[in-house]
Design a protein around this ligand. Structure first.
Ligand SMILES: Cc1ncc(C[n+]2csc(CCOP(=O)(O)OP(=O)(O)O)c2C)c(N)n1
Ligand SMILES: [Mg+2]
Length: 208
């Protein structure tokens, strides 16, 4: 039997992680899809384990001593991959053909599969709705949301010509407080740079 399950980032990385881990470990033939809008949006923009560093949410509010969420995103793709499952992928609504390819690949494989799709929430991220595709594309192109696959544990990554993280942050109200804060901006650039290094995202100069 071929099955699919889906949940949000809060339902996946926090509330349902125990059940998800059991599902992955027991080898069920299921494609699990996490729609990652980076907070508990239905209940009022509370932070989840997949909320990015320094994001302004109702449970990680900015203030005199706070620049937002104090923790980086939980490495869910690596946590899923650590279960030794045959397929793990991240995707983005800015790259629909890439989503289609990955879903087709996932459902052709027997066993547990984990997919995590980056989907902006204009209300929670505080950007105009017509910027949705631009915002999600920029997350990928800065290295903040790497598009990766693990096929039987082997990493495949979509290459980028990295753009500075400000290009992504400046589009969204949830990061507005950072734009005049070079110290925090550097911390976020460091996260992108570490992703670029870890997943080998950068195109080589010759093919750029
Ligand atoms: C086990 C359980 N705990 C809490 C809730 C209450 N609840 C309903 S929607 C929601 C937000 C879930 O956030 P997320 O999974 O990120 O999905 P989003 O709303 O962002 O799409 C919560 C906590 C619930 N339905 N079930
Ligand atoms: Mg959510």
């Amino acid at each position: 039997m071929r099955r699919q399950e889906q949940a949000g980032d809060g339902g996946t990385a926090d509330i349902g992680l125990q059940a998800l881990s059991g599902m992955l470990e027991r080898g069920h033939n299921i494609l699990y899809v996490c729609y990652d809008n980076e907070a508990y949006m239905n209940t009022g923009i509370q932070r989840s384990g997949l909320t990015p560093f320094d994001s302004n949410t109702t449970t990680s509010p900015i203030g005199e001593k706070s620049t937002g969420n104090i923790r980086p995103k939980k490495p869910m793709p690596e946590i899923a991959n650590a279960h030794g499952i045959p397929y793990v992928a991240t995707a983005s609504c800015a790259f629909p053909m890439d989503i289609q390819r990955k879903v087709k690949k996932a459902i052709s494989i027997k066993g547990p599969k984990y997919m995590q799709i980056h989907v902006p929430c204009p209300l929670g991220w505080r950007h105009e709705t017509n910027l949705t595709m631009q915002v999600s594309k920029m997350a990928v192109e800065t290295g903040l949301y790497p598009l990766i696959e693990y096929e039987n544990g082997i990493l495949i990554a979509r290459k980028i010509v990295p753009k500075p993280v400000e290009e992504y942050l400046k589009l969204q109200g949830r990061f507005k407080h950072l734009l005049k804060n070079p110290e925090e901006l550097k911390k976020i650039q460091d996260i992108a740079d570490s992703n670029i290094k870890k997943y080998g995202l950068k195109v080589e100069a010759a093919s750029a």
